[in-house]
Design a protein around this ligand. Structure first.
Ligand SMILES: C[S@@+](CC[C@H](N)C(=O)[O-])C[C@H]1O[C@@H](n2cnc3c(N)ncnc32)[C@H](O)[C@@H]1O
Length: 266
């Protein structure tokens, strides 16, 4: 039985996958250009009330974000990285779209999501031999242990991605995840992530409460919206060196919240 928070995340997760399929995106030579459509089988763009959703409006916001993460993968593959760990992968098709000989992809998500993605991929017949699905709950499980058990090699450089994940984690889980990833990030590894940030003059607790109330009523599926400085402190304390910390890039999320694109090195 899923909680209201989990149901809200499920709608966001599916909508993102549908947006991804609408975008003209790059792929590797051996990559699967139809993998997102294969994963999305049977879904229609509808909102939680069942009303049709106009994805073109959403894509204005999500498009640059999708492009940012695709580019991170392209750059890493060009640099010879052989491990890509996608945290909170949801129904993201990157592991298949950027399939490359000698590169292993790890998709980490909640057990129910991992199982459903596995079933969808099996039905579609897409080649998943380079993909390891890792069921995990970042609130309770240790990411370093889960990765080691899944065949990730902490002595080799890795690209870690976290697209629209951190906002769903409570602060303690987010800090633990940053530390856990850093503990298996050898030199040459990079972490790329989105952060939902608000201006320094606003009160964090009020921003979080107002945002969740406006979009989700009485539930709080998105508990981690902080100032950029607070996020950068968390990265730094966990041992991640944020690249170009003075350069802010991203897209507006709401009037008071931005979605920032950040990369950091180990
Ligand atoms: C908004 S979706 C983003 C999915 C994907 N990264 C994308 O951009 O399409 C957030 C993802 O994080 C996952 N997630 C949220 N909380 C999690 C947790 N505690 N442990 C593992 N995954 C979690 C959700 O299941 C969901 O797939």
């Amino acid at each position: 039985m899923s909680t209201p928070d989990e149901e809200a995340i499920a709608v966001v997760r599916r909508t993102l996958a549908l947006c991804r399929a609408e975008r003209d995106r790059p792929h590797s030579i051996a990559g699967d250009v139809q993998s997102q459509q294969a994963i999305n089988q049977g879904w229609e763009p509808v909102d939680p009330d069942g009303e049709p959703m106009d994805l073109s409006i959403l894509l204005e916001m999500k498009g640059p974000r999708i492009d940012f993460f695709d580019q991170q993968v392209i750059t890493a593959l060009d640099e010879g990285i052989t491990q890509v760990v996608i945290c909170g992968a949801g129904y993201d098709d990157r592991a298949l779209r950027f399939r490359t000989a000698g590169v292993r992809f790890f998709d980490l998500d909640l057990p129910g999501v991992s199982a459903d993605k596995k079933g969808r991929l099996a039905t579609s017949g897409v080649d998943t031999s380079d993909l390891t699905l890792v069921p995990i709950d970042f609130r309770t499980d240790d990411v370093a242990t889960a990765l080691a058990a899944s065949g990730h090699d902490g002595t080799k450089p890795t690209l870690f991605l976290a697209e629209h994940l951190f906002v769903f984690l409570d602060r303690a889980s987010l800090v633990r995840l940053l530390e856990g990833l850093r503990s298996v990030a050898s030199s040459g590894s990079r972490l790329a992530a989105t952060l939902e940030s608000h201006a320094g003059e606003l009160d964090t607790a009020t921003v979080i409460a107002d945002f969740n109330k406006a979009f989700f009523g009485d539930i709080t599926p998105m508990p981690s919206i902080y100032t950029r400085e607070a996020f950068l402190d968390m990265f730094g304390s966990a041992g991640w060196e944020v690249e170009a910390p003075d350069v802010v890039s991203g897209v507006p999320h709401t009037e008071t919240i931005d979605t920032e694109f950040v990369s950091a090195i180990a």
